[in-house]
Structures are given as C-alpha cells and as structure tokens.
Design a protein around this ligand. Structure first.
Ligand code: NUP
Length: 211
C-alpha cells in the first residue's frame, strides 16, 4: 500500500514555539519544512536544532543566478537540511547548481512547478518545469493541492519522483491529490490549531484511511 507522508510547514516565528510544536507532532510527520519566516526570525541554526527531531526541508524557493543559488543551498545543507526547494522558473542552470551542492551532502532537491496561490504566470510553463526536474534528476516537485487536476497532469509528466503538495487546510486545497502525491505539506492547520498534536494526528489518520 502506498504511504503518504505528512510534512509540517513550520512557519512560526519563535524558536521555543517551533521546537515545542515539532516535538509535539513528531510521531505524525515525516519531515519539518522551514521557510523564511522562521529562519529570518531565529537564524539558520534552527535547521540543525529541528533536524534532531525530524529531517528538515529548507523551503528557500531558491530562484537566483546559479552562483548565488549554490551559496544559499550550501548554507542550508551545511546547517543540516536534508532537502532544499528551488524555483524551477529560475532555469536549468540554477537547478543544476543546486543539485551539485545537494550531491555533496547526499541531499535532495524539490522543484516548485507552480504555486498554490496563483497560476497566472505559470500556465504553460509548469509542465516544462516538471519535465526539466525529471531530466536533471531532481528528487521531487512541489505541486498545488489547490488545483488537483494540475497535480494529476504533473504526475503524468514526472512519474515516480516525489510529489509534495502544499495547500491543504488554510488554503483550501483538496485531499483528492493523495491519489498522486507522496507528501502532503500542512502548516497553519496544525501550528495555529488549539491542539497541534491532535490536528496532526487527525490529518495523519485521514491520510492513512484515504491511502
Ligand atoms: O506553492 C506553494 N504553496 C505553498 O503554500 C509552495 C510552497 N512551498 N508553499 C509553502 O507551504 C508555503 O510557503 C508554506 O510554508 C506552506 C503552506 O502552509 P499553510 O498554507 O498550510 O499554512
């Protein structure tokens, strides 16, 4: 049976809160995803601290020239990240630069195909981004649970690499994407809930039932 993993998007601003929530929900999640809000508030060392609880995905949506992108990826991996997220629209050379760093650390690279919040400028390019991700040997893509029909189409392009879907919960995404996804990314519906542990457990159980 296919197992769909739950990734905690930990976009809180305080170190203590981040560590408390991560420890609280650790039995239900496969990874912790950190993003700019937490790292810019607490410093990049939080990646190492959280890594002791669960493997960390650094969601820096790297989208710069290859030279700068490589430096950003290196900082993430040197601080203990297991994976980084890169924007596919930045181009093949940027993704390759990030992949080269990832190889040094035995890390993974996930490519944003199109954002959950807007398809305006992604129409017509996200399929190409997905194709590039496979061609270059990336380990996964980020695909929008807010548009399940797009996740289905992207799955047809990428085949068996990982598909991580944000947007469930606060953004109103559809759990229909569990048909195609390997990972569901959930933030606010867990960390803003009165009882993060219970919320994470409920989502985890739902994923097991849908599976
Ligand atoms: O397309 C994307 N949509 C998205 O929400 C790509 C992402 N990486 N994310 C991230 O997933 C977003 O930045 C946030 O960290 C998380 C979703 O959080 P929430 O809407 O569940 O609170």
């Amino acid at each position: 049976m296919r197992k769909i993993e739950l990734v905690l998007a930990l976009d809180v601003l305080e170190r203590e809160k981040a560590l408390d929530i991560a420890n609280d929900v650790k039995d239900y999640i496969s990874h912790i995803k950190v993003n700019y809000p937490l790292v810019l508030s607490c410093g990049v060392g939080i990646i190492g601290e959280l890594s002791k609880i669960k493997p960390v995905i650094a969601d820096f949506k790297i989208a710069d020239i290859p030279y700068t992108s490589e430096i950003i990826a290196r900082i993430a991996f040197e601080n203990g990240a297991k994976a980084v997220i890169v924007h596919g629209f930045a181009g093949r050379e940027t993704v390759k630069a990030v992949l080269n760093v990832a190889k040094e650390f035995d890390g993974e690279v996930y490519v944003v195909t199109e954002l959950t919040s807007s398809e305006e400028f992604f129409k017509g390019i996200s399929d190409k981004i997905a194709k590039m991700a496979v061609e270059l040997g990336c380990h996964g893509i980020i695909a929008p649970s807010t548009r399940p029909e797009r996740v289905k189409a992207l799955k047809e392009i990428v085949g068996d690499i990982k598909i991580l879907c944000p947007g469930i919960g606060a953004q109103g995404g559809s759990l229909e994407v569990v048909k195609y996804a390997t990972h569901i990314i959930v933030g606010r519906a867990i960390y803003n809930s009165k009882n993060p542990k219970k919320s994470a457990e409920e989502i985890y159980k739902k994923l097991s039932q849908l599976d």
